[in-house]
Write a protein that binds this ligand. Structure first.
Ligand SMILES: C[S@@+](CC[C@H](N)C(=O)[O-])C[C@H]1O[C@@H](n2cnc3c(N)ncnc32)[C@H](O)[C@@H]1O
Length: 266
């Protein structure tokens, strides 16, 4: 227990089945591939913090290339698995909301991949973003992905009750549709939702609600934090667009990668 609201999610990330799921040697997501190819020439002089590292999916690709690497996760089981799998690299148990072990302005690249930040409520999200900014050197890069509120109609459709020719499938649909609507009772009246928390079925509902935000509002959140050079890519895209691209407000991708820079000292 860490005293924060998301303890159901924390317990889920400590469980062996979920650790095994994230320890599979999966590749990079498309925007991460773009990022890696952009940064490859300079990674050798960068200190990287990989938050919510899970089973080390991103470790495999980034850690051998950077000057120094630290992977952190609030799940001690995930970190134990990373120590086993990648003994050459540094890992520590730490919470994104309080990155005490990491010194101010000590990192050039901070990554919180695969929507890990969305487990936090809006206040905690602000804490995590503030911590990410704190540990970055001026000019350093903040990278994370976050669920896209424009994708919520597709989530609602996924949980619509359907009658199938097969009774078992019909009962299955009834079960998950009931769970979805029991947990998201007023969601249909909140649509279109620009930003908010939704139980989207992740880990078969063994997590607390996840934060969804429309990409243009995600960009505004980064601007309020004082970040510059913001660009975004949908998870299915290799191409980033500038944060002021008008198409972002309507981007339909399930989740969005946000890359931004902490301003240089003037
Ligand atoms: C969806 S998994 C992604 C794991 C890994 N980054 C990947 O891409 O496979 C999210 C990870 O974030 C971690 N996490 C969630 N909230 C966190 C927090 N507040 N502080 C640190 N880690 C957190 C979870 O324990 C989990 O390992």
């Amino acid at each position: 227990m860490n005293g924060f609201a998301s303890d159901l999610t924390h317990a889920t990330y400590e469980s062996p089945d979920i650790v095994a799921l994230y320890a599979r040697p999966d590749g990079l997501q498309k925007p991460e591939e773009t990022l890696l190819s952009w940064l490859r020439p300079s990674l050798g002089s960068m200190d990287m913090l990989d938050i919510g590292v899970g089973g080390g999916r991103t470790t495999r690709h980034f850690a051998p290339l950077v000057r120094s690497y630290l992977g952190v996760d609030y799940s001690s089981a995930m970190i134990a698995r990373c120590h086993e799998e990648f003994p050459a690299f540094r890992f520590a148990v730490a919470d994104a909301r309080r990155l005490e072990p990491v010194l101010d302005e000590s990192c050039d690249l901070v990554l919180f991949s695969y929507n890990g930040i969305d487990h936090l409520d809006v206040h905690e999200r602000g804490m995590a973003l503030g911590e990410m900014r704190r540990v970055l050197r001026p000019g350093g890069l903040m990278v994370y992905s976050s669920h896209n509120a424009n994708y919520l109609p597709a989530i609602i459709e996924r949980f619509r009750f359907r009658i199938h020719s097969n009774l078992r499938e019909t009962l299955r649909s009834l079960k998950w549709s009931s769970v979805f609507w029991a947990k998201n009772g007023l969601l249909q009246y909140r649509m279109p939702l620009a930003a908010g928390r939704v139980h989207d079925g992740t880990h078969s509902f063994r997590s607390s609600a996840l934060y969804y935000i429309r990409p243009d509002l995600g960009v505004a959140e980064l601007r309020r934090l004082g970040m510059v050079d913001i660009s975004c890519a949908g998870n299915e895209s290799r191409d980033f667009v500038p944060g002021d691209d008008p198409g972002l407000a309507h981007d339909p991708n399930p989740w969005i990668y946000y890359v931004s820079r902490k301003p240089e000292r003037t």
